[in-house]
Design a protein around this ligand. Structure first.
Ligand SMILES: [Fe+2]
Ligand SMILES: [Fe+2]
Length: 253
């Protein structure tokens, strides 16, 4: 009789654990995937895909331009440019795979201000500003967007994006390293360039909030991820905590 009284308790324990595990698995289960074939999805994808393609093109051209300003690193920067060209081709295939025509006019307009700022800096020989725009802002923006996109991407695009994001981390690191080595001489220009360019990122994020949401990407997550990567880079370069706070705030105002 005693044995019988004990047994149910012993049996109950693994049952409870199982239920907890099941509940946990349910809460950790990923969001349902979007319908990649719906017209709504494809319409939003035509703009987001175009932005990504244009961003990679911009990155390719920017690294070649930076190579002109930094002859010592010209070969390395040409390598980075080559990687960006590969990314552009990969993302072009992603659009084709979903039978989507990328809206390149929209994307060129989308990047026009950031593009203009980079071009002005390049013409004035302001290499540090070029580094901030391309190596920190554009790379951190790309990493944030790609990382948020990967879990909700179609299988074809997911595989491509996973490969690309590894490269973008290398690009961010390259910029970080150079700016760290030249921190004292670059500091003032970095602060000014941050003030000029960070607000553009908020504007650009606001412009695509709806399209990103259709693809399963939330603006708040994108902002958080971007600030995380951008702030970390600035900190690695040598900015202090209070300086970082000031620079983030300058971007918002
Ligand atoms: Fe890229
Ligand atoms: Fe890159």
């Amino acid at each position: 009789m005693q044995e019988l009284a004990v047994r149910p308790e012993q049996e109950q324990e693994p049952k409870q654990t199982q239920t907890q595990a099941q509940t946990q698995a349910q809460t950790q289960e990923p969001e349902p995937q979007p319908d990649f074939t719906s017209e709504t999805y494809k319409d939003a994808y035509s703009r987001i895909n175009a932005i990504v393609i244009e961003g990679e093109r911009e990155a390719h051209n920017n690294y070649l331009a930076m190579g002109e300003l930094l002859p010592d690193h010209k070969a390395k920067l040409a390598d980075l440019a080559k990687m960006e060209k590969r990314h552009e081709k990969g993302f072009t295939r992603c659009g084709k795979n979903l039978s989507v025509t990328a809206d390149m006019d929209f994307a060129r307009e989308y990047f026009s201000q950031l593009h203009g700022n980079f071009q002005n800096a390049y013409k004035e020989g302001k290499l540090v500003t070029c580094f901030l725009i391309q190596s920190l802002i554009i790379e951190a923006f790309a990493i944030a967007a790609y990382q948020i996109y990967i879990p909700v991407a179609d299988p074809f695009a997911r595989k491509i994006t996973e490969g690309v994001v590894q490269d973008e981390f290398k690009h961010l690191n390259f910029g970080e390293q150079w700016l760290k080595e030249n921190f004292e001489a670059s500091k003032a220009e970095l602060e000014e360039a941050n003030k000029q360019n960070l607000p553009l990122i908020w504007k650009m994020l606001n412009q695509v909030t709806e399209d990103a949401r259709v693809l399963g990407m939330e603006k708040e997550e994108l902002i958080e991820e971007f600030m995380d990567k951008y702030g970390e880079a600035l900190s690695n370069i040598g900015f202090s905590g209070p300086e970082l706070m000031k620079m983030s705030a300058a971007g918002v105002s």
